[in-house]
Design a protein around this ligand. Structure first.
Ligand SMILES: Nc1ncnc2c1ncn2[C@@H]1O[C@H](COP(=O)(O)OP(=O)(O)OP(=O)(O)O)[C@@H](O)[C@H]1O
Ligand SMILES: [Mg+2]
Length: 284
């Protein structure tokens, strides 16, 4: 095909050998199938900031660290430079997330590099070598739904242990190859510890997956993984291999009433002591 303008510099530099075709254009980006380093790969070209949508909302950016303080100041202003810096921070976020998650063992496309606003990554393929379908494109058996749901939950936990919440996880952002589900589309990933919306985003992500897989395996609709995972994370007890039940009960663990009464009596006695003037005080 004719080489798209945004990919030309990568072709000139020899990073891309050949542009094969364009995949469906998403809301935020265009994705091309290319050959890079001899391998079939995907090149994701981000659209201009003004063509992009909700994901750049302030809510997602909270807690992201901007290392350079001059940059941070510029980003907070509405200058051209500030907007450009904000733009590149946004584009970098997906690349950084991919490297971090790949290293943490989460099944995502392997990142190959980020040049001139173009993300090069592994192409997730089906058995014939074509771009893999999204969950939304397939019909599953109950058994497959249970198995893939478990894998996605496992990856969500790994991701959280690596400090990130996807923030836009749905049947449109999970591909399916021979190894199972592969999570894609991460520019909006949020910082799990530094973002006040992280808990609600995790809940939305996990519940989207429950609703999708629940169509094929209705038993999943009764599960409550989101709350269970977040409670463990908050308590500092979440590891990639922490066993999960899918059930969640708010902590109503029974209180030992005798113990509690003793504590109350002690406090009362202390308070009474404090109030009763000692002889010394009276003398004064
Ligand atoms: N590594 C990949 N391998 C195979 N196909 C891919 C890959 N990355 C993206 N795609 C395809 O390109 C589509 C768009 O990619 P992606 O979701 O990352 O972009 P987007 O523009 O942010 O999408 P949207 O905003 O519509 O969710 C995906 O739905 C998927 O079908
Ligand atoms: Mg997408």
């Amino acid at each position: 095909m004719k080489i798209p303008k945004r990919l030309q510099p990568l072709v000139d530099d020899g990073m891309i050998d050949e542009v094969i075709c364009q995949l469906m254009s998403g809301k935020e980006a265009q994705v091309y199938v290319v050959r890079a380093g001899g391998k079939p790969s995907c090149a994701k070209v981000f659209k201009e900031a003004k063509q992009r949508s909700f994901k750049q909302a302030v809510q997602y950016q909270e807690g992201r660290k901007v290392r350079n303080s001059r940059r941070a100041r510029a980003m907070s202003k509405k200058t051209r430079y500030g907007q450009k810096e904000q733009e590149s921070a946004w584009l970098n976020a997906e690349v950084e997330a991919l490297y971090r998650l790949d290293a943490a063992g989460v099944r995502v496309p392997k990142p190959y590099g980020f040049v001139d606003g173009v993300l090069l990554m592994e192409m997730i393929a089906d058995a014939e070598g074509y771009a893999a379908p999204r969950l939304d494109d397939v019909t599953l058996t109950e058994q497959q739904a249970l198995e893939y749901h478990a894998k996605v939950i496992d990856d969500v936990v790994r991701m959280l242990c690596a400090g990130l919440v996807h923030g836009d996880l749905s049947e449109f952002n999970v591909l399916l190859d021979a190894s199972g589900p592969v999570i894609i589309d991460l520019p909006q990933a949020v910082d799990a510890a530094g973002n006040n919306s992280a808990a609600s985003m995790l809940e939305r992500d996990v519940n989207n997956m429950r609703a999708y897989f629940g169509r094929f395996a209705p038993a999943l609709l009764e599960t409550r993984y989101a709350k269970e995972i977040w409670a463990l994370f908050e308590a500092g007890r979440l590891q990639p291999d922490t066993p999960l039940s899918g059930r969640f009960e708010a902590d109503t663990s029974s209180v030992d009433v005798d113990d509690l009464m003793e504590v109350i009596d002690d406090v009362r006695a202390e308070e009474a002591n404090r109030r009763a003037p000692s002889w010394d005080e009276e003398d004064w």
